[in-house]
Design a protein around this ligand. Structure first.
Ligand code: ADP
Ligand code: ASP
Ligand code: MG
Length: 467
């Protein structure tokens, strides 16, 4: 079998975790599987890099840089010594050199007092740059030949949308050309999360982007399966940190996973299903710390079972924007003006609902985009195109997902009756055209309770009749 194995940040958090990863890979290597590996940064490192780069342009001095570089040096060197003791002399200087580069770039950001999207991408990529050579060395240490490649070298060419870039259609061909010959001789270890533009400028694929890298590479090498290794047993009926009795879902469709991840289930990057889906590649989600658990299989058509609702997810922090004004009634093109104004500033609209009177349009966006959205909509108010724009930061979005809802009458009624009984006020409702998702917005303090009420209502902690 040809397998793409992706390991997330918790799976490579320290030397003992890397030992587990190597064990998993070694088993498959011995069986004769052809392997390609995509790996994330160690848990928390990308956050540290984002944090410091955001602060540097405005900070009085650059004193935060040295402690961060020291912390990264200690962590990665300790991991290297534990995971690949025989390779410290070879790989240590590579890590040192990368830390020097990173330090120089961070000083440049401070001196220039400017963090461009391009430099932010470059800085963020260092988590993966520092970790991948360690995993490569750990494989070599066990006698498995490996080649470490960055995303660009592996053939991931993207749009130039820094921080959220997407793969170009010819990635498949490029990945095949680059990795085909490597796969025959060794295990490529590819830095996740990054690619480059056609001109070779580094880009990143959005937070949790290594899942997307995995799917792009898996598709490019025509993998039989893509395995996403993480720190839970599979995709669960809800976030286990919110719902203590959430269960692992044995089988789920591409479409359902897309709906779940789009609405915040952190377990997968929202775009990571697309490349696999195009080629019908089975994706498995498995636990690095419990590898004998079968995990979740993501397939095109899941078996029909008695479940109408499969899983629930919620995004804790979103912002709602209510745009009101009788001026909007019957006036063609107002929606276009609103959405163009937002699109021009790259504000992604997650949910839309329009009152039938047309005097109101409500939108849900990422809370971080709110200041830009406000700026984008202000001229419409001034020009009298809309009467008022009201924003609310303290809201959460909940999504109820399940392909079984398609054509099953009464699910909406059940959802909103259960919420009503629990005294939870629903501020906005939206149903995707695919009918596999009903999402709604509640006050932030009601979010976790809304998820709990529905988890009980649809008995998601019990096995379905197919299990
Ligand atoms: P990785 O570093 O392996 O990419 P992430 O932290 O990005 O791991 O994603 C795994 C985490 O996603 C889990 O630890 C879990 O807390 C969270 N999560 C949220 N929703 C779900 C869900 N529906 N099923 C499983 N895990 C979920
Ligand atoms: N390291 C990146 C992040 O933290 C990508 C990933 O982990 O998938 O977002
Ligand atoms: Mg992740």
């Amino acid at each position: 079998m040809r397998l793409l194995m992706k390991f997330g940040g918790t799976s490579v958090a320290d030397a003992s975790c890397i030992a587990r990863v190597v064990e998993i890979l070694e088993q498959h290597h011995k069986k004769g599987d052809e392997l390609a590996v995509v790996v994330s940064a160690q848990k928390g490192v990308t956050d540290q890099l984002i944090d410091i780069s955001a602060k540097l342009p405005d900070s009085k001095d650059a004193s935060a840089i040295t402690p961060l570089i020291e912390a990264l040096r200690t962590r990665h060197m300790t991991t290297l010594q534990g995971a690949a003791p025989g390779f410290v002399i070879e790989i240590g200087p590579i890590i040192e050199e990368r830390l020097d580069d990173l330090s120089n770039i961070l000083h440049a950001v401070h001196n220039l007092r400017e963090l461009t999207p391009r430099s932010k991408d470059y800085i963020m990529s260092y988590g993966e740059r520092l970790l991948a050579p360690i995993l490569g060395a750990a494989l070599e240490q066990r006698g498995i030949p490996s080649v470490v490649l960055d995303g660009c070298e592996a053939g991931i060419v993207t749009t130039s949308q820094h921080g959220e870039s997407t793969a170009l259609p010819d990635c498949d061909e490029r990945v095949r050309r680059r990795l085909g010959p490597v796969l025959k001789k060794s295990v490529p270890v590819i830095m996740g999360f990054m690619g480059c533009t056609a001109d070779g400028i580094l880009t990143t694929l959005g937070r949790s982007g290594s899942d997307y890298s995995a799917s792009i590479i898996g598709s490019g090498i025509d993998a039989n399966e893509i395995w996403i290794w993480t720190d839970v047993d599979g995709i669960m009926t809800s976030d286990p940190r919110v719902i203590s009795n959430a269960r692992v879902i044995p089988e789920i469709s591409y479409l359902e996973v897309m709906e779940l991840s789009y609405f915040g289930a952190k377990v997968m990057h929202p775009r990571s299903i697309e490349p696999a889906m195009r080629k019908n590649i089975l994706v498995r989600v498995k636990n690095t710390f419990n590898p004998s658990h079968p995990g979740t299989s993501i397939v095109r058509h899941q078996k029909r079972d008695n479940r109408v609702v499969k899983a629930l997810t919620y995004i804790e922090k979103v912002a709602s924007i209510n745009i009101n004004g009788a001026q909007m009634i019957g006036r063609p093109g107002v929606a276009k003006v609103i959405f163009s104004a937002l699109a021009d500033r790259e504000v992604n609209v997650m949910m839309i609902s329009q009152g039938s009177s047309e005097a109101n349009i409500s939108l849900i966006i990422d809370e971080l985009h709110l200041p830009v959205a406000t700026e984008a909509l202000a001229p419409l108010e001034k020009q009298g195109i809309v009467r008022e724009v009201i924003e609310n930061r303290n809201v959460s979005a909940v999504a109820v997902v399940g392909a079984g809802m398609v054509g099953a009458p009464g699910t909406g009624g059940r959802i909103f009756t259960a919420l009503g009984k629990a005294g939870i006020n629903v501020m906005m409702i939206s149903q995707g055209s695919c009918e596999a998702n009903i999402s709604f917005v509640v006050r932030q303090e009601d979010g976790p309770r809304a998820v709990r009420v529905l988890h009980d209502e649809f008995r998601l902690s019990e096995a379905s009749d197919e299990e």
